[in-house]
Design a protein around this ligand. Structure first.
Ligand code: ADP
Ligand code: MG
Length: 268
C-alpha cells in the first residue's frame, strides 16, 4: 500500500557543509516535478535554503518561520506565510532573526513542540514537508526532530563524517526518549561522492560497518560536481539549471530510490 499520509522529514546532520540544504532543495524540486505537493521549511537561522531561491521576501523581517513560531508560542492565530517558489515547491523562509527566538522562548511552555503545532494545520495540504536543519542541536533542530515522522541523514565522505552521523543518531535517540517516540530514520544519503577516492572508500566502509544493519544507506550517491554550486549561484535547482547533467540525473535516481524505500510510490 502506498503511504498517502503527509510525511514530515528532517534533512539533518550534525556537521555543516555536507549538503543538507542542497539535498532539501533538489529532492523537493524533483518531487514537485513528479506532481507531489511539497513544502520546505528553513529551520537553520543562516537562511541558506531561503537565500537559495533568491526570493526577496525571504529577507524581509516579516513573514518568516520566526513569526509562525512566535504566534504559536503566544497562542495567536497564524497567518498563512507559505511562499510559492519557482520550483513549484512552497517555502516557509527564515533569516538570522530565528537565532534570537531561542532566547525569547526560554520560558515558553512546550518550547520544543512549537514547530510541530505550526505544521499540524499544514499537513493536509502537502504530501511531503521537508525541514532543512542546521548542524547544531539547538532549539530549532530539536523542534524539527520533534515535529518529524522521519529523518533523512546526509553525509559526505570526509574524515569526520561518521562522527557527525554518530552525533546525530545520539540526538535522535534523545528526542525519541523525551519528545517524539515515533521518530524514524529514512536512510543515509552520501553526498559529494568522488569516484576512485581511496579515503572516500575507506570512510564509506566505516559508515557501512556501523550503520548498514541499522539504517539503510541509499545506493544512489550525489557526485561532487561544479554544477551544484553553479545552479545555486543563479538560484536554480540542478534540474532546472542543467537537466542533462550528472548532478540532475543523480537527484532523479535518488528521488526514485527515496520513494521506493520509503514506500511512498503511488504510480506517479
Ligand atoms: P549544509 O546545508 O549541510 O551546510 P550545503 O547544502 O549548504 O550544506 O552545501 C555546502 C556547500 O557545498 C555549498 O556551497 C554547496 O553548493 C556545495 N555542495 C553541496 N553539495 C555539493 C556537491 N554534491 N558537489 C559540489 N558542491 C556541493
Ligand atoms: Mg544548510
Amino acid at each position: 500500500m502506498p503511504n498517502t499520509k503527509c510525511q514530515i522529514i528532517s534533512v539533518a546532520s550534525r556537521k555543516g557543509g555536507v549538503g543538507k540544504t542542497t539535498v532539501t532543495r533538489n529532492l523537493s524540486d524533483q518531487l514537485a516535478r513528479m506532481g507531489y505537493r511539497v513544502l520546505v521549511v528553513d529551520t537553520d537561522s543562516q537562511g541558506n535554503l531561503s537565500l537559495s531561491y533568491g526570493c526577496p521576501k525571504c529577507l524581509q523581517s516579516e513573514g518568516t518561520l520566526y513569526h509562525l513560531i512566535w504566534s504559536a508560542a503566544n497562542d495567536q492565530s497564524q497567518t498563512d506565510f507559505c511562499i510559492q517558489t519557482h520550483d513549484g515547491v512552497d517555502l516557509i523562509p527564515c533569516n538570522e532573526s530565528l537565532a534570537a527566538l531561542e532566547m525569547y522562548l526560554v520560558t515558553a511552555l512546550d518550547r520544543e513542540k512549537l514547530l510541530s503545532h505550526v505544521l499540524e494545520d499544514l499537513r493536509e495540504r502537502y504530501d511531503f514537508i521537508f525541514l532543512d536543519c542546521g548542524p547544531s542541536l539547538g532549539l530549532m533542530t530539536i523542534n524539527a526532530l520533534t515535529a518529524s515522522d522521519k529523518v533523512l541523514i546526509v553525509t559526505n565522505l570526509e574524515e569526520d563524517a561518521s562522527v557527525g552521523a554518530e552525533l546525530l543518531i545520539q540526538s535522535i535517540q534523545k528526542v525519541r526518549k523525551k519528545l517524539n517516540p515515533g521518530l524514524g530514520v529514512e536512510g543515509i544519503l552520501i553526498n559529494m561522492a568522488v569516484k576512485r577516492s581511496l579515503l572516500g572508500l575507506q570512510i564509506l566502509r566505516e559508515i557501512e560497518e556501523v550503520y548498514d544493519s541499522v539504517i539503510p544507506i541509499y545506493s544512489a550517491r550525489i557526485p561532487r560536481t561544479a554544477e551544484i554550486g553553479k545552479a545555486r549561484k543563479v538560484h536554480k535547482s540542478v534540474n532546472a539549471f542543467s537537466p542533462g547533467s550528472k548532478a540532475a540525473e543523480s537527484f532523479r535516481i535518488f528521488c526514485n530510490e527515496f520513494l521506493r524505500k520509503g514506500g511512498y510510490t503511488d504510480g506517479r
